[in-house]
Ligand binder design. Structure first.
Ligand code: GDP
Ligand code: MG
Length: 297
């Protein structure tokens, strides 16, 4: 190893340091109630972050505004720790008048930017707590037709502030053809309204396999997802997470059945750090610049 300086090991060092510190990620879910947000979060992280519906006390006085509720959980896989925060937005789209449904959500996202900015301006900035939203999964109702005005308004208002990841909720209620046509329509609407959804980037220096994998992920957006907290024995000692129909089982983890695996891959395996970097380097930075300019600084 003559002439070997050792900096080629830097990525491993960074990796080891982060493994020790643990990873941290904050994800928001938005969509009308009943679209399967809580179920999908449980399915994605394979935890019971949200208790089953039966166990949730039913309150008769439903709130009149959109709430922002966050749950943090420490999860661990093969010795790697992840502090996961999921921010839910109950009430979104559920009222007679939903015109301002996006407002409390935008306010929440910006107040998290403000809190970060405030810490950065302190003299002692050693421990910055990052409570910014790194990704926002937006649930589109599986109507099969087009985006609703509510969807368009939300995405238009939020796209410069958060990484938007649109998904088709409860995709098992649509046929394969319906999903394909709906995706085209959604992308056309997004394009028409000049909405910037999260673009999972590929890098020139990535190997061919990674580039192909990324293309595969991007080609599935908006991900058609299915969530479930039930498992079924499908014979041959195979147990699958899925939803049961008279004609068969829709498997959550089967890529021929839905895009759940691709969404999870992007969010957790391939782009978690990138989502955080984009939040910090682009979304937060733009907000900060605008804010300082507005203050005349
Ligand atoms: P949330 O209000 O958006 O959090 O929705 P929940 O996760 O509480 O789910 C609402 C209902 O939809 C529950 O009865 C779930 O079992 C059901 N559900 C959740 N995900 C799916 C799905 O992917 N497909 C179907 N068909 N039903 C789902
Ligand atoms: Mg819920």
């Amino acid at each position: 190893l003559q002439g070997y300086v050792g900096f080629a090991n830097l990525p491993n060092q960074v990796h080891r340091k982060s493994v020790k510190k643990g990873f941290q990620f904050t994800c928001m879910v938005v969509g009308e109630s009943g679209l399967g947000k809580s179920t999908l979060v449980n399915t994605l992280f394979n935890t019971q972050l949200y208790p089953p519906r039966e166990n949730v006390a039913l309150t008769h006085e439903s709130p009149q505004t959109v709430e922002v509720k966050s749950i943090t959980s420490d999860i661990e896989e093969n010795g790697v720790k992840l502090r996961l925060t999921v921010v839910d937005t109950p009430g979104f789209g559920d009222f007679v008048n939903n015109e301002e449904s996006w407002k409390p959500i935008l306010d929440d996202i910006e107040s998290r930017f403000d809190a970060f900015l405030e810490q950065e301006n302190r003299v002692n900035r050693r421990k910055l707590a990052d409570n910014r939203i790194h990704a926002c999964i937006y649930f589109i109702s599986p109507t099969g037709h087009a985006l609703k005005p509510l969807d368009i308004e939300f995405m238009r208002r939020l796209h410069t502030r958060v990484n938007l990841i649109p998904v088709i909720a409860k995709a098992d209620t649509l046929t394969e053809e319906e999903v394909a046509a709906f995706k085209q329509r959604i992308l056309a609407d997004i394009n028409y309204h000049k909405i910037q959804i999260y673009q999972a980037p590929t890098y020139e220096y990535d190997d061919q396999e990674t580039v192909a994998e990324n293309h595969e992920i991007v080609s599935k957006i908006p991900f058609a997802v299915v969530g479930s907290d039930k498992e079924f024995d499908v014979g041959g000692g195979r147990c699958v997470r899925g939803r049961k129909y008279p004609w068969g089982i829709i498997e959550v983890d089967n890529e021929e059945h839905c895009d759940f695996v691709k969404l999870r891959q992007m969010l957790i395996r391939t782009h978690m750090e990138e989502l955080k970097e984009h939040t910090n380097n682009v979304l937060y930075e733009n907000y900060r610049t605008e804010k300082l300019a507005a203050m005349g600084i």
